[in-house]
Design a protein around this ligand. Structure first.
Ligand code: ZN
Length: 160
């Protein structure tokens, strides 16, 4: 059964509350994570505790235990001059890394007018209720080194 420091291999599909598929491991390698290490969102981790190989889990995760609620402070309107010559390439929907005092933050351009560009640094899934369908393929105990590092080693995990 899944417990603290289990290494879990699972297939998953993630939908929003309208049933639109946001992410899926279908046709790809399964997801491998270290349970209890914050590798996956807390709301999903909680609902996988105690599950066994072969179990399927339908987990609904509120934004508070998912990617959080959108924060206004992460939405900024900046003058076009701030982009220099790069401004010619900027368009609504574009994603890039913005340099901030806290380091690079992924943002998306949400609006533009004659003088300014509005960028949003919230996680794309912030504010969304997440609907996971998970099937548990494999469970093993983590090695001492994996526990120490806080992530899985080997196939599907960290390659040092
Ligand atoms: Zn490691």
């Amino acid at each position: 059964m899944i417990k603290q420091n289990s290494v879990v291999t699972m297939h998953y599909e993630l939908k929003d509350s309208e049933g639109e598929v946001l992410d899926s491991s279908k046709g790809q390698d399964p997801l491998v994570y270290l349970h209890g290490a914050g590798n996956i969102i807390v709301g999903l981790e909680e609902q996988l505790l105690g599950k066994a190989v072969g179990d399927t889990v339908d987990a609904v995760v509120a934004p508070e235990k998912g990617y959080g609620m959108p924060v206004d402070a992460l939405i900024q309107t900046v003058p076009k001059e701030a982009f220099g010559e790069e401004i010619d390439k900027v368009e609504v929907g574009m994603r890039f890394q913005a340099e901030t005092e806290q380091g690079p933050v992924p943002v998306v351009v949400t609006a533009m007018d004659d003088a300014t560009v509005t960028v949003d640094g919230n996680h794309p899934l912030a504010g969304k209720e997440l609907h996971f369908h998970v099937s548990i393929a494999e469970i093993r105990d983590a090695s001492a080194e994996e526990v120490e590092h806080g992530h899985v080693h080997g196939p599907g995990g960290h390659q040092h």
